[in-house]
Design a protein around this ligand. Structure first.
Ligand code: AMP
Length: 284
C-alpha cells in the first residue's frame, strides 16, 4: 500500500529528503477516480523514477461556476489501492482549503494558449490548471512529471509553462488509453447512461475518419469538420461543442492544412450534462 500524505509541509519535507538521498522523483497529477489511463501514467513514472508520487486533487480552480466540481466522482480509498497496484509510493491528496487557504491570490496565466479550444469553452480553466500544476511541482519537487495526451491542450499549456517559467521538470507524455470500442477513458465516462456510453464511440470513429481523410490528402478543414459532424450527429445524440483542426504546436486553427507538419484534430461533445473531449495527432 502506498503512503497517504494529506499535509503540504509533510509532502515537501519528504520530497526534500528523497532528493537529498539522490532519489529521482516522478509525479503523476490526477483528479482521482482512477482508471486504466491514469494507471498507464503511473506505470511510466514507476519505470522512470525511484519514487513515484500520485497526486489526487479535484482542483476547484479549474472548474467554471456552472461545471461539475461538486458532482465530480471521488473515491480516495479505491484510488489509493489502484495507484499502489500500478507502482505508486506516495499518494498526495491535500484538501482544497490547504491548497487555496483564505487570502489566496496568486495565479499562473499561460496567455494566448489559454483562450482557444477548451479555453474558449471553459474560461479560466487553464489558469486553474497552470496554477495547481505549479503548486504541485513546488510541493512534490519532481524530476519528471507524467501527463496524458488525452488532454492535448493541457500538454501544450504545461510544456509552455515549464519553458517560460524555467521549471526544472522533465515532462513525459503518454498516448491516450481507450476502451475496446475506442472511447477515450475518462473519469467522466462514469456519468454516461448505457445508451450514451454506446453512442460515445462515435467520437473516436469521427477522429479516425479525420485521420484517414488527412492521410488520403484532404487539406480543407471545413470538409474534415463537416464529415466528422455528420458521423457524430448521425450516430449519436451528442451535441457538438466544437470540432477543431489546428496546428499541433501553436493550437492555431487551420482553414487549410498545407505547410503544417503536426495537426491536432480535437473535439468536445456533450451527452446530456456530460462533456467529453478527445483528440488525435496527425503527422504529415
Ligand atoms: P484527470 O484526472 O482527468 O485530470 O487526468 C489526470 C492525468 O491523466 C492527465 O494527465 C490526463 O491527461 C491523464 N489521462 C486521463 N485520461 C487518460 C487516458 N484515457 N489516457 C491517457 N491519459 C489519460
Amino acid at each position: 500500500m502506498p503512503q497517504l500524505i494529506e499535509n503540504i509541509n509533510e509532502m515537501q519535507d519528504l520530497a526534500g529528503r528523497e532528493r537529498q538521498d539522490a532519489k529521482t522523483i516522478g509525479v503523476v497529477p490526477t483528479m482521482g477516480f482512477l482508471h486504466e489511463g491514469h494507471l498507464k501514467l503511473i506505470r511510466e513514472a514507476r519505470r522512470l523514477s525511484d519514487t513515484v508520487i500520485t497526486t489526487v486533487f479535484v482542483n476547484p480552480a479549474q472548474f467554471g461556476p456552472a461545471e461539475d466540481f461538486d458532482r465530480y466522482p471521488r473515491n480516495l480509498p479505491r484510488d489509493i489501492d489502484l495507484a499502489g497496484s500500478a507502482g505508486t509510493d506516495i499518494v498526495f491528496a491535500p484538501d482544497a482549503a490547504s491548497i487555496y487557504p483564505p487570502g489566496y491570490c496568486t495565479y499562473v496565466d499561460v496567455t494566448q494558449l489559454d483562450s482557444v479550444l477548451e479555453g474558449k469553452s471553459r474560461p479560466g480553466h487553464f489558469r486553474g490548471v497552470a496554477t495547481v500544476v505549479t503548486k504541485l511541482f513546488n510541493i512534490t519537487k519532481p524530476h519528471l512529471a507524467v501527463f496524458g495526451q488525452k488532454d492535448a491542450q493541457q500538454v501544450v499549456v504545461i510544456k509552455t509553462l515549464v519553458r517560460d517559467l524555467n521549471l526544472d521538470v522533465e515532462l513525459v507524455i503518454v498516448p491516450t488509453v481507450r476502451e475496446k470500442d475506442g472511447l477515450a477513458m475518462s473519469s467522466r465516462n462514469a456519468y454516461l447512461t448505457a445508451e450514451q456510453r454506446r453512442e460515445a464511440s462515435a467520437l473516436y470513429r469521427s477522429l479516425q475518419h479525420a485521420d484517414r481523410r488527412i492521410r488520403e490528402g484532404e487539406r480543407q478543414a471545413t470538409r474534415i469538420i463537416g464529415e466528422m459532424t455528420d458521423i457524430i450527429s448521425g450516430q449519436s445524440s451528442g451535441v457538438i461543442d466544437y470540432i477543431s483542426v489546428a496546428d499541433g504546436a501553436t493550437l492555431e486553427e487551420l482553414p487549410a492544412l498545407n505547410g503544417h507538419s503536426e495537426i491536432l484534430v480535437s473535439l468536445a461533445v456533450r451527452f446530456g450534462n456530460t462533456r467529453l473531449i478527445d483528440n488525435i495527432h496527425v503527422s504529415l
